[in-house]
Design a protein around this ligand. Structure first.
Ligand code: AMP
Length: 423
């Protein structure tokens, strides 16, 4: 049996990087006042169709949608924002506090064509803020991403930002854009032609070279912003400048989901080939209301966890495997019986201890201790046991001491804790 196409196992050797990222991210999010939220992996299809948008790639082609036994139309979540907004409204979270800040980590599902950095089950680290219309929050979220990547030691990343306007100014922009698109109709791909009237903005980020060429002189959203959107975007930029965040205004960035308003951004890397976006986000001021909640501004981002882990792997930022503090060599049945209890107690005390139950020879067990890179080896032989003693060998200095059995666990715990603290 094999995993299905686009789905994969994340093995223990890879997980060390994942855990490092997760520890760094959650520590940072907590310091910035975010609370964790967990949401189901399956929701009603309608939630995603209505929020992400009927004419987006995700909803048109990529969702894992099925009818359950009662015929309800359900979908494996392709992203987290829609579900978090649903949860925010369902639990009337706005009534508890006008400002809520969440993070969420978990798998998402999109039936895309798999390739490096693109999977059908992939993981996202998601951050959302509800109830703050101020541009400072836009800057803060971009700053937060920047800070996380800095702490993880990543270089070669660039933040691309754009403003998509709001329901006040976007229609005017769309009309201007449509006039251009009408005149280039014969050069656009089938997808763009189909979407042209429903969602002309999406054509700005079509990847087809013909479309790119056809719209090379397309107008920029930022030249058509209303006063409020323009002021908002200016504050975002000047704040990022003051905070020393490198960014570039990118007029072609529109993001693949319909709900974005005003600021949208992506963090790109040069080290993943075609799949260059490691994170993306934006403001979605109309979404809570659109899904039946009160008028509430919202903004958030998602980091592609798989891609971030791959960038870290390329930069060799993998932490070393945990080392074994102590390997117990038990020679004979009586030694095994006693050693097993010490082994459990030492693990319980937080000392990373290993032992081998196969009844192998001393030589074979020393080899295994070496392979596991054990710092110390405890040799429990029948003769020594009769004299209530065991031998502790330091694998670094190759020195040995004899330890009394009665106080063994306390003694070892003290020694190991001290050496872990100093080492
Ligand atoms: P999006 O929700 O499309 O804005 O995606 C946010 C981030 O998730 C992207 O910048 C990618 O890093 C990551 N991502 C999106 N789709 C996939 C996928 N199929 N496989 C791996 N990562 C993905």
């Amino acid at each position: 049996m094999q995993t299905i196409r686009g789905f994969r196992d994340i093995l223990p050797e890879q997980i060390r990087i994942w855990q490092k990222i997760e520890t760094e991210a959650t520590g940072l999010f907590k310091a910035f006042g975010f609370e964790e939220i967990r949401i189901p992996v399956i929701e009603k299809t309608e939630l995603f169709a209505r929020s992400i948008g009927e004419t987006t790639d995700i909803v048109e082609k990529e969702m894992y949608t099925f009818a359950d036994r009662k015929g309800d139309k359900l979908t494996l979540r392709p992203e987290a924002t829609a579900s978090i907004v649903r949860s925010y409204i369902q639990h009337k979270m706005y009534a508890v506090d006008p400002v809520r800040k969440f993070y969420c980590i978990g798998p998402m599902f999109r039936r895309e064509r798999p390739q490096k950095g693109r999977y059908r089950q992939f993981y996202q680290i998601d951050v959302e803020v509800f109830g703050v219309a101020s541009a400072y929050i836009d800057s803060q979220l971009i700053f937060l991403l920047n800070e996380l990547f800095r702490r993880l030691g990543l270089t070669g990343l660039s933040a691309h930002i754009n403003s998509l306007g709001c329901p006040e100014c976007r229609p005017g922009f769309q009309t201007t854009l449509l006039t251009l698109l009408e005149s280039k109709k014969d050069q656009l791909c089938g997808n763009c032609l189909r979407r042209m009237n429903k969602n002309p903005l999406r054509i700005l980020d079509c990847k087809s070279p013909e479309c790119k060429a056809a719209i090379s002189d397309a107008p920029a959203t930022i030249d058509h912003l209303c006063r409020e959107c323009s002021d908002h975007f200016k504050i975002v930029q000047s704040t990022l400048e003051k905070q020393g965040v490198d960014f570039k205004v990118d007029n072609t960035l529109v993001r693949g989901l319909d709900y974005y308003t005003r600021t949208a951004w992506e963090i790109l890397t040069t080290s993943l080939g075609a799949q260059s976006a490691v994170a993306g986000g934006g403001r979605y001021d109309g979404l809570v209301q659109e899904l039946g909640g009160p008028e509430t501004p919202g903004i958030g981002f998602a980091i592609g966890f798989d891609r971030l882990a791959e960038v870290m792997e390329q930069l060799e930022k993998a932490p070393d495997p945990d080392t074994v503090d102590l390997f117990i060599i038990a020679l004979g049945e009586a030694a095994m019986e006693k050693s097993y209890l010490w082994y459990s107690e030492l693990n319980q005390a937080g000392i990373r201890t290993e032992m081998d139950f196969r009844g192998k020879s001393m030589k074979a067990l020393m080899k295994r201790a070496d392979k596991l890179n054990a710092a110390q080896v405890l040799i429990v032989g029948e003769n020594e046991l009769e004299r209530n003693a065991v031998v502790l060998r330091d694998m670094g200095t190759k020195t040995q001491v004899s330890l009394a059995v009665d106080t063994l666990v306390e003694n070892l715990t003290r020694k190991m804790t001290q050496s872990n603290e100093t080492g």
